[in-house]
Design a protein around this ligand. Structure first.
Ligand code: AMP
Ligand code: TRP
Length: 328
C-alpha cells in the first residue's frame, strides 16, 4: 500500500495541522510505503516572498522530521525538485472541468482574501494537488477534513483520465482521522484553526512557548452553562475534548467520563498541560534539526531523487497514452 500526502510551507504549523495531518503521516510509515512532500509550488499561488520560501520549506521539513518522520522509513522531498509534478498537472488539465474548479470552497475563500491578484495558479491548485498524488499511484492520502473536496475532485480527475486514455492511475482514497480532522480556533470555535486567522490568540502553533500555550488555552472561548461533554451548542468545549482526546490517543467519550464533574477552568488547565507535554519533545527536536540546514537539504534532495524514480515512469506512460512528445 502506498501513502502520499503534501503539506504547504506557508506560515507556521499549528495544532490543527499536527493532529489532523502530521500524526497520520508518522503512523503511515508503519502502514505502508509512505511518501511526503513539502509543496512549495502550491505556496506560490498566493502572495509570497521568494526570500522566505526556501526558509519556510526547511522549517516545514524540520517540523515533519521532529514529529517522527524517519527518512529511512519514508520518502520526504520538496515538490519543485520533481518537475514531473508540474508536467503532470498540465496534462491533467485536459480532463479537469472548469466548472468543478470554480466550485472549490478553498478557491472561493482564498480568492476572496487576496488583496492584489487572484492568480490562475490559485484556480489550478487542486489540479497540481491531483498530480502530486497520481504521479505516485498512491492508494491513500492522509489529510484533514478541509481537503475532502479536493480529494473528491482528484478522484474524479483520475477516473476521467482513465476512461479517456486507458487505465493509467490508481484512484486514491482520502484518509481523514475520526477525531481531530477539524480542530477549531480557540477564540472562534465555529471556524477551523488556521494560520491565516485574524488573531493568533485562537491558534496554537507547534513551536509556541509553554507560557503562550497556557495563556491561549486559559483564554479559550467556552460555552455558557457547565458540563464537559460534546454538543452542537457547545463548540468550544467540544473542540477542547477533541484536542485532549487526540493528544492522549483516547476517545472523546473517555475524556467526557474523566471530566464529568470538572469545571471549565480545571478542564482547560488539563488540556493545556497535556498539549504542552505533547509538543515539548517536538519543539526540542525541531531546534536541533533546524540548526543543521545542510542535513535538511540532504534529506530533501535524496528524497527527490528517489521520488523521481517513481514519478518518472508514470509520466512516460501518461505521455505515451496521450500521444504527446516523441514516441517511446
Ligand atoms: P496546509 O498547512 O494547508 O498544507 O495543511 C496541512 C494539513 O493540515 C492538511 O492535510 C489539512 O487538511 C490539515 N489541516 C489544516 N488545518 C486543519 C485543522 N484546523 N484541523 C485539522 N486538520 C487541519
Ligand atoms: N492542499 C493541501 C493542503 O492545503 C496540501 C497538498 C498539496 C496535498 N498536495 C497534496 C495534500 C497532495 C495531500 C496530497 O493542505
Amino acid at each position: 500500500m502506498r501513502i502520499f500526502s503534501g503539506i504547504q510551507p506557508t506560515g507556521r504549523k499549528h495544532l490543527g495541522n499536527y493532529i489532523g495531518a502530521i500524526v497520520q503521516y508518522v503512523a503511515g510509515q508503519d502502514r505502508g510505503e509512505a511518501i511526503y512532500c513539502v509543496v512549495d509550488l502550491h505556496a506560490t499561488t498566493v502572495a509570497f516572498a521568494p526570500a522566505e520560501l526556501r526558509e519556510l520549506t526547511y522549517d516545514t521539513a524540520a517540523i515533519l522530521l521532529a514529529a517522527g518522520l524517519d527518512p529511512t522509513r519514508c520518502l520526504l522531498f520538496r515538490q519543485s525538485d520533481v518537475p514531473e509534478h508540474s508536467e503532470l498537472a498540465w496534462l491533467l488539465t485536459s480532463v479537469t472541468a472548469y466548472g468543478d474548479l470554480q466550485r472549490m470552497t478553498q478557491f472561493k475563500e482564498k480568492s476572496a482574501k487576496q488583496r492584489e491578484l487572484v492568480t490562475a495558479g490559485l484556480f489550478l491548485y487542486p489540479v497540481l494537488m491531483a498530480a502530486d498524488v497520481l504521479a505516485y499511484q498512491a492508494d491513500e492520502v492522509p489529510v484533514g477534513d478541509d481537503q475532502r473536496q479536493h480529494l473528491e475532485l482528484m478522484r474524479d480527475i483520475a477516473i476521467r483520465f482513465n476512461s479517456r486514455f486507458g487505465e493509467q492511475f490508481v484512484v486514491p482514497d482520502a484518509r481523514i482521522p475520526e477525531v481531530g480532522a477539524r480542530i477549531m480556533d480557540l477564540q472562534d470555535p465555529t471556524s477551523k484553526m488556521s494560520s491565516t486567522a485574524a488573531s493568533e490568540e485562537g491558534v496554537i502553533y507547534v513551536l509556541d512557548a509553554t507560557a503562550q500555550i497556557e495563556r491561549k488555552f486559559k483564554r479559550a472561548v467556552t460555552d455558557s452553562g457547565e458540563g464537559v461533554y460534546r454538543a452542537p451548542d457547545k463548540p468550544g468545549i467540544t473542540n477542547l475534548i477533541d484536542i485532549l482526546a487526540a493528544v492522549r490517543a483516547a476517545s472523546p467519550v473517555e475524556i467526557e467520563r474523566e471530566f464529568s464533574g470538572a469545571g471549565y477552568g480545571q478542564f482547560k488547565g488539563a488540556v493545556a498541560s497535556a498539549v504542552i507535554d505533547y509538543l515539548a519533545p517536538v519543539k526540542q527536536r525541531y531546534a536541533e534539526l533546524r540548526g543543521d540546514q545542510a542535513a535538511l537539504e540532504a534529506v530533501l534532495s535524496e528524497g527527490a531523487a528517489r521520488a523521481r524514480a517513481i514519478a518518472g515512469p508514470t509520466l512516460a506512460k501518461v505521455r505515451d497514452a496521450m500521444g504527446v512528445g516523441a514516441p517511446r
